[in-house]
Design a protein around this ligand. Sequence first.
Ligand code: FES
Length: 159
Amino acid sequence: MDDKVKKLIIKLTHRFPKKESAVLPALAMIQKRSGRIIEDDMEEIARIMNLPEARVFSAASFYSMLSLKRIGKYHIQVCNNIVCSLLGSESLWDHISERLGITEGEITDDGLFSISSVECLGSCGYGPAMQINMDHYENMTVEKTDYIIDSIRRGEWWL
Ligand code: FES
């Protein structure tokens, strides 16, 4: 973690009555900047906030929008929970997987995409739900997903 990021994290801690409330914003910032969170990042956050490392690790490993592994520049998460499954998320997942030629835990050769199947994304009334990086999508269809993937590949979709 470079000094600039450390300073940003320290700044974040001043926004909250308790320093530890800045754990998630700090992790989200690192995720956005680096595409994943490594052990050194968690150790540094723990040091800055004077917390046990396990506390930071538990937050980083709990939320599906944060990743401890290398992922694609655009990480697609598809909800696999019951409501979205009933609304077609399994066939949407299959389509994305086939279209990109990857499955859970894999990254496309160009490093652009990775996919994962996740638990409820909190849009049960508007499934199938999907998320790309921190952006949330509802009522997804194969056509909408293809449009987004094509737009990303053409550099016309900003996240
Ligand atoms: S079941 Fe998919 S968002 Fe809740």
